[in-house]
Every structure is written in C-alpha cells, then in structure tokens.
Design a protein around this ligand. Sequence first.
Ligand SMILES: NC(=O)c1ccc[n+]([C@@H]2O[C@H](COP(=O)([O-])OP(=O)(O)OC[C@H]3O[C@@H](n4cnc5c(N)ncnc54)[C@H](OP(=O)(O)O)[C@@H]3O)[C@@H](O)[C@H]2O)c1
Length: 182
Amino acid sequence: VTTSRITLHMVSSLDGFIANADNSIGWMDSKDVYEKGIRDEDVDVAAFLAAIDCYVMGANTYEHALALGWPYGDTPTFVLTHRALPVTRATVKLVSGELANLVNELFRPHYRNIWMVGGSALTREFLRHSLADDIRLTIAPVVLGGGTPFFDHIGREQRLHLKEVSAYRNGFVELWYEIVKD
Ligand SMILES: NC(=O)c1ccc[n+]([C@@H]2O[C@H](COP(=O)([O-])OP(=O)(O)OC[C@H]3O[C@@H](n4cnc5c(N)ncnc54)[C@H](OP(=O)(O)O)[C@@H]3O)[C@@H](O)[C@H]2O)c1
C-alpha cells in the first residue's frame, strides 16, 4: 500500500509523561470541564477506531495493556519484542528485528492507517529513524511530576506541521502534527 501512514499516538501529562512512577492510569480519568470543548456525543469513536488498520507497540506497552484489559479489540496488532510474551489473541503477532525493515516490509505494504501506540522507547526509535508520518499527542489536564517521558532524548531535531488542534470538554487537548520530511 503506497499511501500508508504511520501515526504515533500517545496520551501525556502537560509535563510530558506517558506513565507515572507506579504505572497507574487514574490520571487519565479527567474530572475537568472545559465548557467550549468538543462533547463525547459529538465524536464517532466507533468509526474512528474502525478506520485504524493495525496497531504497533513495544513489549512494555503490550504487557501493560494485557494487565489493564485489552483496549485494541480485534484489530491486527504487532508487538515488538525479543521475548516469548504470552499471546492469547489470534490478532496479536510478536515480531522482532530492525525497525526499518519491519516498517517497510511488514507494516506499510499491508496496512494503510497504522497506529503506533507506545511507548517511549519505540517512539524514540520511530522518530530517530524517520519512520513515522504523524504525531497525535493528547494532553491530559494534569502535571504528573515524573515518570516515563513521551519524548526521551530523541537525539535529533525534527520540524513539524500542525494539522489540527482539538479541545475536548473533559479538558484534554489533542495536537495533531505531520512530520516534515527533510
Ligand atoms: N500514556 C500513553 O498513551 C501510553 C501509551 C503506551 C504506553 N504507555 C506507557 O509507556 C510505558 C512503556 O514504554 P517503554 O518505553 O517502557 O517501552 P515500550 O516502547 O512499550 O517497549 C520497549 C520494548 O520493546 C521491545 N522492542 C523495541 N524495539 C524492538 C525491536 N526492534 N525488536 C524487538 N523488540 C523490540 C524491547 O523489549 P524486549 O527486548 O524486552 O522484548 C523494548 O524494551 C508503560 O509504562 C506504558 O504504560 C503510555
């Protein structure tokens, strides 16, 4: 598929953390109200999720998702790992190897709308090697003060094009950037 797009998607605190020290996720449940924000009922979540053709994630994100309850439905999911992690779903595949090879041989030729959903280590690899097209960062209305950073010393500068900004009624803000190819 020549039109494939890889989107890096993450929810972070305002201070840039995607997980807190004890890996609990209560901070993602907002009690905030932003009156001018987009309402839940105005978002067709089902249609949005149905448009995602596959998920890609790192081993640690996968283990966390297994522990929390699987949020990715029956959409094909590739887990990057060197370990023999437990797999109970037919839609989950464990893969390993050079990231660029996986992207160009396994993901892009077969899937159009590809979502890389974590975590920090994998985000760094995708950005370092220019393997992603978009970044969608959802900022929760909270300062966590520490934890796992979304952008962890990427090691290179990267220009971005702002495609869309969405503010939600629960105080979440989504920044959608296209990665400018050099
Ligand atoms: N807020 C959010 O939206 C969000 C989303 C996702 C995750 N998270 C959080 O982020 C944290 C996880 O992030 P993380 O940076 O620790 O880890 P991660 O990016 O999820 O996983 C990194 C691991 O993936 C494996 N891996 C990476 N590249 C590989 C390759 N080319 N081939 C084979 N295996 C490869 C390695 O594990 P092995 O060698 O051990 O297999 C590596 O240690 C968790 O706390 C999670 O809760 C938050």
